[in-house]
Design a protein around this ligand. Structure first.
Ligand SMILES: Cc1cc2nc3c(=O)[nH]c(=O)nc-3n(C[C@H](O)[C@H](O)[C@H](O)COP(=O)(O)O)c2cc1C
Ligand code: SF4
Ligand code: SF4
Length: 323
């Protein structure tokens, strides 16, 4: 067992959880005298030279029981090599009493493990971290107390796993979840083929938007363009929640009203579903320019309400926590 002396961490993060885990590992590596390189997947070039002695870590959130497309594309384009690799993910952690409830990894590790092994790498570990769920399109924001609890829990997990993998040992915590990961794999495929395109059209900018352009400039996959003088989400969006969490005006909402219409229509017009999503999203975009319809769309967005966390000082405002 050879101790690790060089480390390269490649991370993708929408709202900061995966980045935080990457930072904790890199700080711990620094304390151990390990030479560590930290690279963001949204800006790094996968065609990069890495010494064969280097331990490589990939870390990314799970989206729809898989790594998001941006992470999978990066791993797919990663050059061949024979390094040891540890795969990590951050998932939707919640809290019941003093227990951090786990999210679900699904096929994220299976797919990337396979891709990297065909390139010659050795997989030395697969470790999930249950950080605060950021999927506030489907649930209200978590309380600050819960977020703090999950951060503290994961901080101690990082130390434990860092000791193990930096000592050159294997660490396959993910094997614990094998059964449920296999069970959700059909849903993961459904999400990758169709679900993510549905979600790509969930966001809109409300009347609070002052057109600052931050969301357009900072989107890791360049999914937002300006149409009719206001932000417009294209099918490229990966629903990473970064734009929503960073908007200085808190103007980005999830159109739950449109969700409802789409769910009803999808059962009737399945073959032309994507045409309908595209058409209805554009129609909603046009209607947003009108004050009356803009108000109706905002009132039917759960993310607009205090009960969902907006403007509630006791709730975790992701834009404050992850800034
Ligand atoms: C569109 C979307 C899909 C998600 N799917 C899953 C999932 O399948 N399983 C899970 O455990 N968490 C899921 N989550 C939660 C995130 O993976 C989790 O909050 C993660 O820690 C976010 O990391 P980040 O802050 O680095 O982006 C999802 C979140 C979003 C926004
Ligand atoms: S970041 Fe917010 S305020 Fe700025 S353009 Fe985007 S939606 Fe509008
Ligand atoms: S549009 Fe927003 S949610 Fe979609 S990928 Fe870009 S930053 Fe993420």
């Amino acid at each position: 067992m050879k101790k690790v002396s060089k480390l390269a961490i490649f991370y993708f993060s929408g709202t900061g959880n995966a980045k935080q885990i990457a930072l904790w590992f890199s700080e711990y590596a620094g304390k151990q005298g390990i030479d560590c390189r930290l690279c963001s997947i949204s800006t790094a070039d996968p065609i990069t030279t890495i010494h064969s002695d280097t331990l490589i870590i990939f870390i990314s959130p799970v989206h729809g029981f898989n790594y998001p497309k941006i992470t999978l594309d990066f791993i797919r384009r990663f050059p061949k090599g024979n390094n040891r690799v540890v795969l990590m993910c951050t998932r939707a952690g919640m809290r019941i009493g003093n227990i951090a409830t786990p999210g679900l990894t699904g096929i994220a590790f299976f797919v990337s493990n396979l891709l990297l092994r065909t390139k010659g790498y050795t997989i030395a570990g697969q470790i999930p971290f249950d950080m605060p769920s950021n999927w506030i399109a489907i649930h209200p924001t978590l309380s600050r107390k819960t977020v703090r609890f999950l951060f503290e829990t994961n901080f101690s997990h990082v130390q434990k796993h860092a000791e193990q993998i930096f000592a050159g040992k294997k660490d396959f915590l993910s094997h614990r979840d094998l059964v449920q990961d296999v069970l959700v794999s059909p849903i993961a495929l459904g999400y990758y083929i169709a679900g993510r395109f549905f979600l790509a059209k969930q966001f809109y900018a409300s009347a609070q938007c002052n057109n600052c352009g931050l969301c357009i400039n900072q989107c890791p996959v360049k999914a937002i363009k300006r149409v009719g003088g206001r932000p417009f989400w294209t099918f490229r969006c990966e629903s990473c929640m970064k734009c929503m969490s960073r908007c200085p005006q808190k103007a980005i909402e999830v159109a739950h009203g449109l969700w409802l219409v789409l769910i009803i229509l999808s059962s009737v017009f399945t073959p032309v579903f994507f045409l309908i999503i595209g058409f209805l999203y554009r129609l909603q975009h046009l209607l947003l320019a009108n004050r009356f319809f803009g108000k109706i769309i905002t009132f039917t967005s759960l993310t607009h309400y205090k009960i969902w966390g907006k403007g509630n000082p006791k709730s975790n405002r992701i834009e404050q926590q992850y800034a």
